[in-house]
Design a binder for this molecule. Structure first.
Ligand code: HEC
Ligand code: HEC
Length: 279
């Protein structure tokens, strides 16, 4: 499975110890959340399948429109079961925080899951039949939430590793074609509107997983996929140092994505087509 030349194990939820949290809820949970999400939802692009007739959860009273207040927040309980209240993320570091991320970034990710450029089956199932407009509505809701961050995790890593991570994030490693992460993710690493996410507040394991997925091709973004190119040049050791430094920083829920990149970006990114790029 791991054919990656740099030996960064691509993160697959099944192989992750914390994945145990998901099967406990099982497919029934997903049926319920998918149904909950569709109560009163905007008309889907394609007709929804008809799980109500055959599904064992059809008789659950909470799924009948009459007994559920039809608010977006109520429907998005389907998401917050995994992503935490208001999308703040749980403390286990497995489900990413979605609160407060730039709106087009969140929208792009929902499209990516729906269209197979990112993979997490329990989530992709839920998005399969949702219209673009509804994905946009969900992205807008979570983007406008700013709940507090959990305290950063504590790791047993050396000071030298943390310093190396910080230096890569802030200055890059030009000899190995690695630009500073802050050149695109913002000086404060709080992201840049409309489509570059902040890095502070991401758990270490999640960062390792995402960079591994870009290396292995399991995660893709609009071409040119600048993150795939950057991940390609990072060694396993560098990924570990970057993730440990970011994962140990305190994130501030008052931070907001910047409106523009401070200087032209070091590479072109398909998901930020309007940004200036250095030549
Ligand atoms: C069964 C648990 C589960 C449910 C339910 C769920 N998600 Fe997720 N979500 C995940 C996991 C796990 C990931 C990270 C997957 C990966 O490794 O790429 C994720 C990733 C995401 C991302 C990308 C975050 C980022 O920073 O790139 C977005 C956006 C998102 N989910 C939105 C939603 C929305 C909206 C819903 C409700 C319709 C939802 N999720 C329901 C587990 C879930
Ligand atoms: C040339 C601009 C650019 C540079 C430099 C850059 N990034 Fe990114 N990064 C992006 C864009 C654009 C995205 C959003 C991609 C998408 O839509 O999936 C992104 C997304 C990410 C994500 C996903 C976050 C999430 O919530 O899932 C991580 C992790 C990440 N970058 C880490 C890094 C690290 C670490 C560095 C430095 C080594 C770096 N990036 C440098 C443009 C950049």
């Amino acid at each position: 499975m791991n054919q990656n030349k740099d030996r960064v194990a691509p993160f697959t939820p099944v192989s992750h110890p914390r994945f145990r949290a998901v099967p406990r809820r099982g497919i029934g949970f997903v049926c319920i959340v998918v149904m909950a999400m569709n109560v009163g939802a905007a008309p889907p692009a394609t007709p929804l399948p008809a799980p109500a007739v055959t599904s064992p959860v059809a008789a659950v009273p909470a799924a009948t429109p009459a007994s559920v207040p039809d608010t977006l927040q109520q429907r998005l309980l389907a998401c917050t079961g995994c992503h935490g209240n208001e999308g703040r993320a749980a403390s286990d570091g497995f489900y990413p925080r979605i609160a407060g991320k730039p709106v087009a970034y969140l929208y792009n990710q929902l499209l990516n899951f729906r269209e197979g450029r990112r993979h997490f089956q329990l989530m992709s199932y839920m998005l399969d039949y949702q219209s673009d407009d509804y994905l946009r509505e969900m992205a807008q809701y979570f983007s406008s939430q700013h709940p507090p961050y959990a305290a950063p995790q504590k790791f047993d890593v050396s000071k030298a590793t943390l310093e190396q991570g910080e230096s890569l994030v802030k200055s890059g490693d030009p000899a190995h074609k690695i630009p500073a992460c802050s050149a695109c993710h913002g000086e404060a690493l709080a992201g840049v509107n409309p489509a570059i996410p902040g890095l502070l507040g991401l758990p270490r394991d999640y960062i390792i997983a995402q960079l591994g997925s870009w290396k292995s091709g399991a995660r893709r973004a609009a071409a040119p996929d600048c993150m795939a190119q950057i991940a390609e040049h990072l060694s396993e050791q560098q990924v570990g140092a970057i993730a440990a430094w970011i994962g140990s920083q305190v994130a501030d829920s008052r931070a907001r994505p910047a409106d523009h990149v401070a200087k032209p970006m070091p590479a072109r990114c398909g998901s930020m087509p309007s940004a200036d790029v250095a030549h």
